[in-house]
Structure formats: C-alpha cells, structure tokens
Design a protein around this ligand. Structure first.
Ligand code: DX5
Ligand code: ZN
Length: 221
C-alpha cells in the first residue's frame, strides 16, 4: 500500500511572482500533479487566481492540472477552467445547489469530475453522486489558507469514504496539513492522492522541494 501514491503540490504556497518557474521546479523535484487552489473571497475568506493565470502557466508542464474550486457559484465558470487547461475540476458540495448537475457539466466538458467536502460535511452528502465522480477531495483543514493544523477527526472520514466507494475507480485526495507526520494514517485509511502546500514549498528551492516530496513519499510507503 502507498507505493503508487500521487503527490500534488499546492501552488498556494509557491512564490506567485514566478509561478511558472515554481511549477517547473516542483515537477523537476518529483511532483505528480499540480494542485491549483482557486478562491473567491466569498465561499472562502481568501482570494487567489482564476482561469487567465492557469492558462498562462499551462505550457510549463504536461502534468495533470488538478483544479480545486473554492468558489460559489461554480457552474458559470466551469467552461472557463476547462478552457484554461485544467484536467480535473473539483467543486465543493457546499458551493453548488445542484451537485449532480455540476458534476455532469464537468464531464460534459471532457474533464474529470471531483467533489470536495469541508471538514464539517458528512460523507453522506455524496452518496447519490458516486457514479458521477472521478475524485473525492477530503478537506483536512477548513479551506482558505495554507499552513493550518491538520484536523485528526478527518482520518475516520477517509476510511468511511473508502468503504463507501467500494470498487469504483475514484481517487481519494487529501488537502490540508499533509506532511510526513500525517501521511501514514491517511494512506492506511485509503487515501491515494496527497495535496501538500507548505510541506512541499518550504525552503524555497528545487533541492528543498525534492527533499520535501521524497519525505512525504517515503512516509506513504
Ligand atoms: C486550502 C487549500 C490547500 C492548501 C493546503 O484551502 O485547498 O490546498 O494549499 O496547504 P497546506 O498543505 O499548507 O495545509
Ligand atoms: Zn486545495
């Protein structure tokens, strides 16, 4: 277990003044996917970037662009994020009135569909949309900021989601407070995609990123 864990650095902790270079560095350092945190200052208390920025850095790597939308509403913007070059588009269950419709819209754009759950949202919220999902993103902090403390109670939610999806080919992704310390219990509970912002970008150089990613990967195996 854990040998094929996907590491998805969150560029929220990168140096935005050289975002394209940071993406190249983290890919050279061993990143599997690039996690893009889109925040609107409404659904979450912070604002980051949108489709034009994503489009501008899309040509810096062929790696999967894993787009985490923390915006409400999300439906009017799905097309723009697909056009910008996102491969996976994840919406929050709490940010769309018609989750089933939002997920259908993402797949209709030819993209992989993900849903994210805030820490307080029970996994039952997605019980009836499992067959429309490629990925479930379990928030292990309250969304909005990097560098927050991991919420231990979420490990049980990961195990419950793992049991709920059965043999469906759905990725279980964890976001928030992922580090070499929190990784083993998450992988044991069934997670196979680990997002990490501060734990990957600390140190600020490609050599640090390589060491940081290796430490998480080793903790997962
Ligand atoms: C938080 C974002 C995360 C964030 C994680 O709302 O969704 O992706 O960057 O940061 P760390 O890994 O520092 O907790
Ligand atoms: Zn995220």
């Amino acid at each position: 277990m854990g040998s094929d864990v996907i590491i998805a650095p969150s560029v929220l902790s990168a140096d935005f003044s050289k975002l394209g270079d940071e993406i190249e560095s983290v890919v050279n350092a061993g990143a599997d996917w690039i996690h893009l945190d889109v925040m609107d200052g409404h659904f979450v208390p912070n604002i980051t970037f949108g489709p034009p920025i994503i489009k501008a850095v899309r040509n810096r790597t062929d790696k999967v662009f894993d787009c985490h939308l923390m915006i409400e509403p999300c439906d009017p913007f799905l097309n723009a994020f697909a056009d910008a070059g996102c491969d996976i588009i994840t919406v929050h269950a709490e940010a769309t009135k018609h989750l089933d419709r939002s997920l259908q819209a993402i797949r209709a754009l030819g993209k992989k569909a993900g849903v994210s759950l805030n820490p307080s949202t029970p996994e039952s919220a997605i019980e009836y949309v499992l067959d429309r999902l490629d990925l479930i993103l379990i928030m292990t902090v309250n969304p909005g900021f990097g560098g927050q403390a991991f919420i231990d109670a979420m490990v049980e939610k990961v195990a419950r989601v793992k049991a709920m999806i059965g043999d469906r080919p759905i990725d279980i992704e964890i976001d928030g407070g992922v580090s070499p310390k929190t990784t083993p219990q998450l992988v044991k509970a069934g997670a196979n995609v680990l997002v990490a912002g501060s734990a990957v970008f600390k140190g600020g150089s490609e050599e640090h990123y390589r060491d940081n990613i290796t430490a998480i990967r080793n903790a997962a195996t």
